[in-house]
Design a protein around this ligand. Structure first.
Ligand code: PLP
Length: 408
């Protein structure tokens, strides 16, 4: 028998386990068919798929109007503009969010400030909001707009925040990038019961995807018309809105400074097809969350807390290390998971500690609850196509990372 060469012996494969990301899209044959059908059609952008997708999102939310845009970031920008945000205005949001929630206000030239989070839900803390509003009123510095963020897919306490918005006179824009399919008081997130506009993201790690994309939902016709115009250069073809008589059938008017924030029909077709699967996505995410809750119950961790009035869409499953029960640091556990091909992430580095916001005057220590939460947080893999076996592997590696054992 031939002897194995040294090279061949060395090449004997070790078992390399596949990388498990923290989030990813689920694409079905029907999704692919929907996109290729658009490629064979007459419209690649702003065709019939846009309206179909917008109708699907509006129906999901029980809202009257939906405007599809190129990203949730673009959607937040337009929502701020439609809410009248301008230089010198004040916009408040939370530090525990993606930078886009705050940046949208900066695009409009507004001053940003933050409200700290609730240590249990990691969402905007209503008591802290109230206290900050009382102080702001005395200083004649009340906010014009508040952007609550439904972190990880769990709704904020919208009824309480809405009550404060009436007392103190600010507009509410919900950043629901994590929360399509979630519920609050039995109503879908985006119903618009307690806010002017709600913005969803369709980035591939979110619940439903269009590749890149966002949707703004609202119940107000005036905001809807304004958002449509801002999405496309500030241009109108509505004779009733024009300042001069139409010069011919080609005529349009640019009424204000708008943008090209349109979504393509390719993306919208994917979105419309995905929206037909949303119930399955949410159901699978809930199953995986129930499994995590059961499998991790005895670990030295703080598991996600659910407010009784909410049904999360479960964009993220965030654990915190419980420092009273483990000597392991977040960094050690995080690196150990990554070393074993578990694609954990951290949501979020508090926005006010980013260099851009420090240069505007914020500093570490400003929002201690968000900072303390951040110091211990890890997002575990969670997405509709994650299998039970893959989830079991995440739990095994996490168990080993929290003990001194070598993860097998
Ligand atoms: C993802 C995200 C956004 C931005 O969404 P894009 O569609 O990527 O622009 C905004 N806010 C939050 C909270 C997000 O998670």
């Amino acid at each position: 028998m031939r002897k194995l060469s040294e090279l061949e012996t060395k090449a004997l494969p070790e078992v390399v386990e596949a990388f498990i990301p923290y989030g990813r899209q689920s694409i079905s044959p029907a999704d692919i068919e929907a996109v290729t059908a658009v490629l064979q059609s007459d419209w690649l952008t702003q065709g019939p798929a846009i309206e179909q997708f917008e109708r699907a999102v509006a129906a999901q939310c029980g809202a009257r109007y939906a405007v599809a845009v190129s990203s949730a970031t673009a959607g937040l920008h337009l929502a701020c503009l439609a809410a009248g945000v301008k230089p010198g205005n004040r916009v408040w949001t939370v530090p525990n969010t993606f930078v886009a929630s705050a940046n949208a206000a900066r695009y409009c030239g507004a001053d940003v400030d933050f409200v700290d989070i609730d240590p249990q839900t990691y969402n905007l803390d209503v008591a802290q909001l109230q206290a900050k509003l009382e102080r702001a009123q005395q200083q004649n510095a009340l906010p014009d707009v508040l952007i609550p963020v439904h972190f990880a897919g769990q709704s904020c306490q919208m009824q309480d925040i809405h009550r404060l918005s009436k007392t103190y006179g600010f507009t509410m824009i919900e950043d629901a990038a994590h929360a399509i399919g979630g519920q609050y008081q039995g109503q879908p997130v985006g119903s618009g019961k307690y806010s002017a506009m709600t913005v969803f993201s369709f980035h591939p790690v979110k619940i439903v995807t269009t590749g890149e994309g966002g949707v703004i939902v609202t119940n107000r016709e005036d905001l809807y018309q304004h958002l449509l115009r801002l999405r496309s250069h500030g241009i109108t073809r509505e004779p009733a809105l024009m300042t001069q008589p139409a010069e011919g059938p080609w005529y349009y008017e640019q009424l204000e400074l708008g943008f090209n924030y349109r979504m393509t029909d390719l993306q919208a077709a994917l979105g419309a097809s995905q929206m037909q699967r949303i119930e399955g996505f949410i159901t699978r995410r809930r199953e995986l969350v129930a499994r995590y809750n059961r499998l991790l119950a005895q670990f030295p961790l703080v598991l996600p807390h659910q407010h009784p009035e909410t049904q999360s869409a479960w964009h993220l499953y965030v654990i915190q290390l419980d420092a009273t029960r483990t000597a392991k640091t977040r960094r050690e556990v995080f690196e150990s998971l990554r070393a074993h091909q578990i694609g954990v992430q951290v949501h979020y580095i508090p926005v006010h500690t980013q260099p851009y916001y420090r240069q505007l005057g914020f500093a570490p220590g400003d929002f201690p609850v968000a900072e303390a939460y951040y110091a211990q947080a890890i997002s575990l893999p969670l997405y509709a196509d994650l299998t039970d076996a893959e989830q079991d592997r995440v739990v095994r590696v996490l168990a080993a990372a929290l003990s001194d054992a070598h993860p097998g």
